[in-house]
Design a protein around this ligand. Structure first.
Ligand SMILES: [Zn+2]
Length: 204
């Protein structure tokens, strides 16, 4: 199993290929390895990403079959089922890197900002459960000067939301805390740019 640093380096190299329109032969041919993965899997990184159709983890990191354990949910929020999925892969597969992957112009952030402006009654309870988890990242900015600049507000809220998910994962699970302390698990935030295709890692 790769260390967290090696896994991070591999993701960075893969994104560099993606952003420059190159694909590795290994990723392209990875479906040929399918028979070897029937009994087992060894994903080298866990990605908690947004469901946005423009940010599929395997593609933006140029990885293949069996490489990434991916959880996708609008707004890359952390709820118990996301934590459970990450605990499962980290404990079962020995995966040592978790990346929370947010992105520019995230619809969940935009919806939350809109919601704070005017509370809509017709929002379903299910959608509200996502907006409620994003809300603290936006609310913190609403009291500041940034709220007057819509572009900057979205940009900062996206980053806050990524950092909030990272913190929730780092401190919201005894299993993950123990793996961080004893086994070298790392949880990092990253932001994908729809404009450039580049993933910027926020704290590594
Ligand atoms: Zn999104």
């Amino acid at each position: 199993m790769l260390t967290a640093q090696d896994a991070l380096d591999r993701l960075k190299a893969g994104n560099e290929r993606f952003a420059t329109n190159v694909r590795s032969l290994d990723s392209l041919l990875s479906h040929a390895r399918r028979p070897d993965m029937i009994e087992t899997q060894n994903p080298f990184a866990i990605i908690l990403g947004c469901s946005d159709s423009r940010v599929p983890a395997e593609i933006v990191f140029d990885q293949g079959l069996g490489d990434l354990f991916v959880i996708r949910v609008a707004g890359n929020i952390v709820a118990p089922s996301q934590i459970g999925s990450i605990e499962f892969s980290a404990a079962r597969h020995g995966t040592r890197l978790v990346v929370v992957l947010g992105h520019s112009q995230c619809g969940a952030i935009l919806a939350t900002i809109e919601e704070l402006g005017r509370r809509s009654e017709d929002q379903s309870r299910n959608l509200r459960s996502i907006v409620d988890r994003v809300r603290p990242s936006v609310e913190a900015l609403m009291e500041t000067e940034i709220a007057r600049n819509p572009v900057e507000l979205v940009r900062r809220a996206v980053r806050n939301n990524i950092r909030m998910s990272v913190n929730q994962l780092r401190h919201g699970s005894e299993v993950l805390e123990q793996l961080i302390q004893d086994e070298g698990l790392r949880i990092v935030g990253a932001e994908y740019s729809l404009e450039t295709g580049v993933v910027e890692f926020l704290d590594s």
